[in-house]
Design a protein around this ligand. Structure first.
Ligand code: MG
Length: 410
């Protein structure tokens, strides 16, 4: 089976060390080790590429690092600063492509929308990310980007051409493209698992790729081996490739004073809904729930949501948002801020059409036509009537929600 390039994985190169090199220019181009405290007995939690050239790596004792790499600068870690830079980096990447999941302080994964899966487009995104990082920080803050049919392979790809790498693993190159790796290079194969693989007669990635699913299940003793078998083939297995519960897209807008009266504000809500639907469709996603959040000028907040069978149909979502709008309390207070959130997002692939609900299939053609017109002539060219009046004033900021789960660098 061949799969398209669907996942883009970004991994910062020697993150902590490069942040220090950025903040302290005299460290640039020099071997740097980051230690949790300035004591010879502690271990480096990160090393710059200049130090890595001498064999210093995460886990090397500071005293050993000094022996291996005379002249190495040992710098005490400043985690709050790294977290701050991390958030800036997420924002920069988000300005190029939606960040689906932040996996650690220096890793994030992005799902490639259906219309962004050509190698030209992907290269353009990767270059834009790298350029913006350079512009916002300095040459010392670099990332490696991997692209592949699933997140696990994209992560693998991101490690294959470090530093400042950009590497694509294409479905048709599998599995040979992986043969340059060692077993331990693969995420999920720790030293224990490596020993078990050896015991099972698997010593190389080539042998791993050739192993049957029952053999891998046997070695792992369960579902993990099976999952790896699928991941090696480009199939989607990982949570962060498709975790509908965690996925939501939020489109919010602070209303200008002249838009706040409910009779006018409804057009902004419709506009946000249409933008959200358009955005979901461009990502190849369907929503299973919609929430409307309002903040009134008297500071009262109100929200209400509704679930339905997954759709990205603007007409359907418009009806939902209208029904929610009717429920709002208080009724006659001007609205200061509106938020439309698409929740329980699923990919087209995961979508199972409901047998019992009246589907929106008929509207797919209308939505596709609207998307084409919008793409060619701009967002003001064609929209559903409810949004009229909000088209000039609403410049909705697209904000995506995600759960930053910041762990320290491995
Ligand atoms: Mg890294």
């Amino acid at each position: 089976m061949l799969y398209p390039l669907r996942s883009l994985f970004l991994d910062m190169d020697s993150f902590f060390a490069s942040v220090e090199q950025h903040l302290q220019p005299h460290l640039r181009g020099r071997p740097v080790g980051i230690a949790p405290m300035l004591a010879e007995g502690t271990c480096c939690i990160a090393a710059s590429y200049e130090a890595k050239a001498f064999g210093v790596k995460t886990g090397t004792r500071v005293s050993d690092a000094r022996q291996m790499c005379p002249g190495i600068e040992i710098v005490e870690a400043r985690p709050p600063l790294y977290v701050e830079v991390h958030h800036e980096i997420v924002k920069i990447v988000e300005s190029c492509i939606h960040v689906d999941h932040v996996l650690s302080i220096d890793e994030m994964v992005c799902w490639l929308p259906l219309n962004w899966r050509t190698e030209d487009k992907i290269t353009e995104i990767a270059q834009a990310i790298k350029r913006k990082l350079r512009e916002s920080f300095s040459e010392s803050v670099r990332c490696s980007i991997g692209v592949a049919p699933n997140g696990w392979l994209a992560k693998t790809a991101s490690k294959m051409r470090k530093p400042d790498g950009f590497f694509m693993i294409r479905s048709e190159e599998l599995p040979q493209v992986l043969y340059e790796l060692k077993l331990a290079d693969l995420h999920g194969i720790g030293s224990n698992m490596e020993l078990r693989l050896h015991a099972g007669g698997i010593h190389t990635v080539e042998q791993l790729c050739a192993a049957s699913m029952p053999v891998l299940s046997g070695i792992w003793g369960g579902v993990e081996g099976k999952r790896l078998w699928h991941k090696l083939r480009g199939e989607i297995v990982d949570d962060y490739d498709a975790d509908p519960k965690k996925r939501s897209m939020s489109h919010g807008h602070v209303l200008a004073p002249e838009m706040r009266h409910p009779s006018v504000a409804i057009s902004v809500v419709h506009r946000l809904t249409q933008k959200a639907a358009l955005r979901a469709r461009s990502h190849g996603l369907r929503a299973g729930a919609l929430a409307l959040e309002l903040r009134f000028t008297n500071r009262i907040k109100w929200n209400q949501s509704m679930t339905f069978s997954e759709t990205s149909d603007a007409l359907f979502l418009t009806k939902i948002v209208k029904a929610l709008w009717q429920e709002r309390q208080p009724r006659n207070v001007p609205i200061q801020k509106a938020n439309v959130i698409l929740q329980s997002l699923v990919t087209e692939r995961e979508f199972t059409p409901s047998l019992f609900e009246q589907g929106c299939a008929n509207n797919d053609a209308i939505n596709a036509a609207m998307d084409q017109v919008t793409n060619r002539f701009g967002k003001q060219a064609l929209y559903l009537g409810g949004a009229h009046g909000a088209m000039e004033t609403a410049q909705p900021k697209i904000a995506f929600t995600h759960i930053p789960n910041v762990k320290l660098e491995e």
